[in-house]
Unconditional design. Structure first.
Lengths: 604, 614
């Protein structure tokens, strides 16, 4: 276990951390927490003041009753209304002040809690966007979603009620203890003795619950992963009759989650009555001690009543603090997971001192690049390529030759293991991300559509595009006609995962996206695979004008695309084996000539 | 109370939070009563829990009665020997209260979690059963928030909210009785003063439940956006739109924040009254109590007991506020849950299913029509009277332009959608007369998008036939030219990422193809299965498929001549109709549209000639 790390999301599913690991995780959670809380210092201070005053007002109650009985009653017997009236008025004032302040701080805490939540939500969202693809390839979307939903729910619960409970509860206890000491110090001492078992009980609860809450976070994440995958892949689930098996699998996950939840509640089910027990025993003892002293005439009856009321009230917030502690433990476990995601470093990081490139020309160079997923899987052993600005290159080769890797390196989805990829002599790793994305755009085979309208989806290429620009882009790639036939034209909602738009149509839309983005370097990775031949022909015509003044690399299995290229590269096992104009290569006897002949065969 | 809430303020481009028509709003009680079937087995324990809680509440109320005796008896007389019994009684009652609280928690613990689990499994089963058209409409973030957050809420309400609500209200009434018993004047005063609370609590519902619903819907939308931002991560990265996506997300998150603050304001309102009213009551009771004591109408012990009792009652009274808001939250969650559960499944198994004992694989489309329910009336049917017969063992290619209805037609064969006119028969039996499980065992599909799950390669390929042998698996992989899986780090047991993220498009497609083949169906429906394959691999797959398809009926959507070559016959689809059926070469000769759709050779030759001339 000693070599296992817990940094980032590693070891996320474990719950058996060593002391050192726990410390490390707690440290990063606390760091995150303090960074969330820091900008809200002012608001928190205000809330604290409000809570203190409102609690003071509430604590005053029993003391005023004691005064009313011990002083007001004898005075009234002498027909003196003054002391009683004053006490009652004072009580009314504290009631109004206390209640209004409680209402106020309910809103104040909601603002604080929502501010923290939105901050955290945005951070996780941004981090998700910043993390590199290799992270997403191993960390399923369901887990990200569970971080953003159920984990945040847990934190929210703490912030919403917990903060009040903690502050108010603690204050209550301090004030009440103080009030008790001033009324009757002996009872105060009894109360202090009661704190000892209280401390032990709380410590026991903390130890036991921490582990369970961690398990609960893991169980809920697993549940969410299964749920999201089922809903996303519902067609395959149905087509292959996975429903029954899924129900069993999901049922087990539900049971795991239920079980761990049950054990958490059970723990709390001991903790909470435990607190009540301590409180009630204390009450009995205070009554005994106080009663004996009243009998001896050392304490007034009103004071005894006040002390008893205080004892009762002292343990009421103790229960609230228990609730707080419960949600705190749950939120802490959630924060651990979230801080893990936030701690992940993108392997493809933004440059610290970016170089601007306002006007890119499109000169791309691979300088002795090696790329390997790990030691055993070297995809590109040593690769060099010079792409002059404006050149259209077709990249062919069998599956696994490294074509897509090349495209991913060019668009900086990955960084080379050794060597550099540069645009206009600037290393991509040092280029300003904004300039990089403006200059280089990749269109891939699978064209994801976001919920929203067709126009929204095209506009992703240029968020501030006008409708005219969007339509022009759609026309240029031949998507306009089918968009016109949709029920709402450009304003048609594409629905979940583009349910009603065929794969070919989605590809046309993603082409329109790229067209609208108007990059200097365009990478097409199997971007026409799902198109029918007439559409592909249209796209190619569009491409010829589109690509005339920009650098382009086209990866396509259909060699028809090759015709519009200035240069053809044939790749095998991560190396370029042929390099030349299409005409030269077809005329030759090499690999490309063979491929081309085979492809011609396949057309008839 | 029964007026329908205004539509949540969702931006027009966002999917509606709940695409179903807003159900008529019922009273909170009736809405929550729908939980009964799920809660029924647990009810005895819940009742026992309530009883325990009630005993605990009454015990807490008895303690002041002891105080009363004590103050009026031994304390007046100074008889300290009498204090000891009182101490033991209070101690005993205190211990009893703790035990009862423990019992309440123990009683309601198990049922609460079981109800939650039962509802979650029920929701999941229903969602898997509902047709694809439902999932087209409902973003999965909305479904997820129902399955997780909403059900959590319901569980907490049942085991905590419901029990305490009932018990606290009863406790309050019992407490009143005690108060009246101590002094009827003070008791009546206390009761009259708390009337505003009940009125406010009632008014609170209408204010609060609308906001509660909106907040839960917005949380679901937010989950949808998160999900899409992860699934579409590559597009967002390719265009560098991470920040842009964040802005959209932030807008939605801000909306949710606004709603939450509105909710907090409503809660603050009820808190104000719940704290103020008892405090004012206390002040007035102090005035009245001391005056009554001065008049000699009540004893000091009664005064002490009155305030001690009133203090015990404070928690139940104050708790009504959050218990009410919790109840309304739970009610909203129940509404959202049943919105899904009440959705009628339009694609169901027949009541008396037929079965095919000896499947041959004859697939007939008989005047098949299909249109989406929400399509405009002026639009023609998407599938508009398809007549097509696939003989057993025959391979039929389906060719047509993008949007001509090919994919829709293939989706109809396994009842992903149901035909809206005509019928599809398999071996002479209408597919709607078969159970869905049987139908889908006879017909296997590979989709345009290869849908893979985060499971091992083996599990993914054997999705349709988990009981298949190693040899079957190897054969399917061989046919689909998916031997690359043996080179993965753990071979067939490598866990591939969700949606096969770490695999290339061609690799994913081959796994999806292998999956359809491994299911050994009598009819294979393949929707453009080879589009992402390179020429070499494609010809190998074609070769292998031709061998294995000799006994299997197959319907293959194709864009490429090379794929069409697999087929015995070709059907040409145009605007939702089959306009021609024939062999590839026959259609090439006789049909202009077919030549237009399938042939790019002419074009190629022309281009090459011009290139050569240049």
């Amino acid at each position: 276990m000693s070599n296992v790390s817990v940094s980032g999301v590693e070891g996320e599913e474990r719950d058996d951390f060593t002391t050192g690991e726990s410390k490390q995780i707690r440290a990063r959670s606390l760091k995150l927490l303090s960074s969330l809380v820091r900008p809200l210092k002012g608001k928190i201070a205000l809330t604290l003041v409000v809570v203190v005053i409102s609690t003071l007002a509430q604590v005053a109650g029993p003391a005023l009753i004691a005064i009313g009985i011990d002083r007001g009653l004898p005075a009234l017997l002498k027909l003196d209304w003054m002391p009683l009236s004053l006490t009652v008025v004072a009580y009314l004032v504290t009631a109004v002040v206390g209640a209004s302040l409680i209402a106020w701080y309910t809103i104040l805490t909601a603002r604080i809690s929502q501010a923290i939540l939105i901050d955290l939500r945005k951070r996780v969202f941004l981090q998700t966007q910043n993390l590199s693809l290799d992270f997403h390839e191993s960390y399923t979307s369901g887990r990200i979603i569970s971080r953003q939903t159920s984990d945040l729910d847990a934190i929210r619960e703490l912030l919403d009620s917990g903060l009040n409970q903690l502050v108010q509860g603690a204050l209550y206890m301090v004030f009440i203890a103080a009030a008790m000491f001033s009324l009757d110090w002996v009872s105060g001492v009894v109360l202090f003795i009661a704190l000892v078992p209280l401390w032990f009980l709380t410590r026991w609860f903390q130890r036991r619950s921490q582990k369970l809450f961690r398990q609960s976070r893991v169980a809920s994440a697993r549940l969410i992963v299964q749920f999201v995958e089922t809903m996303t892949g519902i067609r395959a689930v149905k087509a292959f009759r996975k429903e029954k098996r899924n129900e069993e699998e999901f049922g087990e996950l539900v049971e795991d989650y239920r079980d761990v939840n049950g054990r958490v509640i059970q723990l709390f089910g001991i903790f909470d009555p435990g607190l009540v027990l301590i409180g009630n025993v204390t009450l009995a003892v205070v009554l005994l001690v106080g009663g004996l002293r009243v009998a001896e005439g050392q304490v007034a009856i009103g004071a005894l009543l006040a002390v008893l009321l205080y004892t009762r009230q002292f343990f009421a917030p103790a229960q609230e603090m228990a609730m707080f502690y419960n949600s705190y433990q749950s939120a802490a476990a959630a924060l651990e997971k979230i801080s893990g995601v936030l701690e992940e470093k993108p392997t493809v990081a933004d440059p610290t001192r970016p170089i601007d490139l306002w006007q890119a020309k499109g000169h791309v160079v691979f300088d002795d690049v090696t790329f390997a997923y790990n030691e055993d899987r070297v995809v590109l052993p040593s690769f060099s390529l010079d792409m002059p600005a404006g050149q259209t290159i077709a990249l062919v080769g069998s599956t696994g030759a490294g074509k897509s890797t090349l495209a991913k390196l060019m668009s900086r989805f990955y960084d080379p293991t050794i060597g550099t990829v540069s645009l206009d002599d600037v290393d991509l790793r040092r280029l300003h991300p904004k300039d990089l994305r403006r200059a280089i755009v990749m269109v891939t085979q699978e064209a994801y559509l976001f919920s929203g309208t067709v126009a929204d989806n095209i506009a992703l290429g240029k968020p501030d595009a006008t409708r005219e620009e969007i339509v022009r882009a759609a026309k240029a790639v031949g998507a306009h006609d089918f968009i016109q036939t949709l029920p709402g034209g450009y304003d048609t909602d594409v629905n979940k995962r583009g349910g009603r738009v065929s794969a070919g149509q989605r590809q046309l839309l993603s082409f329109a996206r790229a067209f609208l983005a108007d990059p200097v370097v365009l990478i097409l990775d199997e971007a026409t695979a799902s198109l029918d031949i007439p559409s592909e022909r249209l796209v190619q015509e569009g491409l010829q004008t589109l690509l005339s003044d920009r650098t382009a690399i086209i990866i396509a299995h259909r060699l028809s695309t090759v015709a519009i290229a200035d240069r053809v590269l044939v790749m095998e096992h991560g190396k370029i084996v042929e390099d030349g104009t299409p005409g030269d290569l077809i005329a030759g006897t090499g690999r490309f000539a063979q491929l081309h002949a085979a492809w011609r065969e396949s057309l008839v | 109370m029964s007026s329908s809430p205004p539509t949540p303020g969702i931006p027009p481009t966002e999917p509606s939070a709940s695409p179903e028509a807003e159900p008529k709003r019922q009273g909170t009680f009736r809405a929550l009563a729908r939980l009964y079937p799920y809660a029924k087995p647990a009810l005895p324990r819940i009742y026992l829990g309530m009883v325990s809680a009630l005993i605990a509440g009454v015990v807490a109320l008895l303690i002041p009665q002891v105080l009363r005796q004590l103050v009026d008896g031994p304390l007046q007389t100074g008889d300290s020997a009498q204090i000891w019994p009182a101490f033991f009684v209070v101690l005993g009652l205190g211990v009893l209260e703790a035990i009862m609280i423990a019992l309440r928690r123990w009683f309601v613990l198990a049922p609460g979690t079981h109800i939650e689990a039962r509802m979650r499994n029920g929701l999941y089963a229903q969602l898997q059963d509902l047709p694809v058209s439902f999932h087209d409409r409902w973003p999965s973030g909305q479904l997820l928030s129902r399955a997780v957050s909403d059900l959590n809420l319901i569980r907490r309400w049942i085991s905590f909210g419901l029990v305490l609500l009932v018990v606290n209200i009863v406790t309050i009434f019992v407490g009143f009785v005690f108060l009246v018993n101590i002094s009827w004047e003070l008791g009546v005063l206390f009761m009259v003063c708390s009337i505003p609370l009940w009125i406010y609590g009632y008014l609170f519902e209408s204010k609060y439940s609308v906001v509660a619903r909106r907040s839960q819907d917005q949380a679901g939308d937010l989950a949808t956006t998160v999900e899409e931002s992860v699934h579409g991560i590559r597009v967002l990265k390719a265009f560098g739109r991470g920040k842009y996506a964040l802005e959209n997300f932030a807008v939605q998150a801000e909306d949710l924040r606004g709603t939450e603050i509105e909710k907090a304001k409503a809660i603050a309102g009820i808190w104000l009254w719940l704290v103020l009213v008892p405090d004012v009551t206390f002040a007035l009771s102090l005035l009245g109590g001391v005056w009554l004591a001065a008049q000699g109408q009540i004893t000091a012990g009664e005064l002490v007991a009155f305030f001690a009792t009133a203090t015990v009652l404070r928690f139940p009274v104050e708790s009504i506020g959050f218990l009410l808001s919790m109840t309304y939250d739970a009610r909203t969650a129940v509404d959202r849950f049943f919105e899904v559960l009440d959705t009628e499944n339009t694609i169901k198994d027949p009541e008396r299913p037929k079965t095919i004992t000896d499947p041959k694989g004859k697939l007939v489309f008989d005047d098949v029509h299909f249109r989406y329910q929400d399509a405009a009336l002026t639009n023609p049917d998407l599938v508009d009277g398809v007549e097509l017969t696939l003989e057993p063992g025959e391979t039929m290619a389906l060719v047509g332009l993008t949007g001509s209805g090919k994919s829709t037609l293939t989706a109809l064969t396994t009842r992903m959608y149901d035909v809206t006119g005509g019928a599809i028969t398999l071996d002479g039996i209408d597919i709607r007369d078969l159970t869905r499980v049987e139908l889908r065992a006879h017909i296997a599909m590979a989709f345009e998008d290869a849908i893979l799950f985060s499971a091992t390669v083996r599990e993914n390929v054997l999705l349709g036939r988990p009981e298949a042998t190693e040899a079957d698996l190897a054969e399917a992989l061989e046919i689909a030219q998916a031997a690359f899986v043996y080179d993965l780090p753990m071979g067939l047991d490598t866990k591939i990422g969700e949606e096969g993220l770490s695999l290339s498009g061609g690799q994913r497609q081959r796994l999806a193809l292998a999956r359809a083949v491994a299911a050994k169906p009598s009819v294979l429906v393949l929707d453009d299965p080879l589009s992402a394959l390179d020429v070499d691999t494609e010809s190998l797959v074609t070769e292998a498929l031709r061998r294995s398809l000799s006994t299997t009926t197959a319907l293959i959507v194709a864009h490429r001549p090379s794929t069409v070559m697999l087929a015995d016959r070709v059907a040409l689809m145009e605007n939702g109709r089959i306009t021609a059926v024939g062999t590839h070469s026959g259609l090439l000769e006789s049909n202009d549209h077919y030549r237009f759709v399938i042939s790019s050779l002419e074009d190629e030759l022309k281009r090459e000639r011009t290139e050569a001339a240049r």
